[in-house]
Design a protein around this ligand. Sequence first.
Ligand code: AMP
Length: 217
Amino acid sequence: MNLIIVGKPGAGKGSVAEVFKEKSDIIHLSTGDIFRKEMKEHTTLGELALSYIGKGQLVPDSVTNDIIYKILEKNPSGSYLFDGYPRTVNQAECLEQMMEKLNMKLDLVCDLEVKDDLVIFRLSGRRVCKSCGTIYHVINHPPKKDGICDVCNGEVIQRADDKEEAIKARLNVYQNQTKPLIDYYKAKGLLRSVDGDQSALDVYLDIMEILDNEKGR
Ligand code: AMP
């Protein structure tokens, strides 16, 4: 099974992916996580990514498509959950070509629908452990000791792209570059909408129900 989750930044794509990882063998493919790892290791790709991500902009399609192809070609028979990719129509077209070449099939695209004010609340309050990546929220789920990760004692920080200016830029990028994907996949009959205002577990259960219904058709 190959599944794409699309949605605004802060829609909860990563949290839903965590539930999928717990409950299935699906491979979580998050381009955001890949870029963050490269940035942490100060690689050439990481430095390039940082120059876009810090401003809330997208990393160029050619770079991102290349990363995905290299992963898929190593294991085309795996089940993938695409989180944060594709993010432009160009990336979606490229993914389609890659899948065709590798004999892969896209089963479903889930659009996680959330209201803008919830997205801003989630992103501006989000904090993350610099070492192990555990996610916190200043109001909903703060670490027990301020600034220190409960899991590994690492430093809990705010992501550069969760600062107010970058959030605004990311929402604009979503509106202009990512939202057209909704129509793209709707036209292909692959798009289903899911209520992203609920818990990650409930979103997961909704997606599983959709997948079951699709199988029964
Ligand atoms: P995310 O964790 O998915 O919100 O991604 C964090 C940032 O990484 C985004 O705001 C973009 O700057 C960059 N990024 C992640 N995925 C992509 C993609 N598919 N194409 C271009 N840039 C991306």
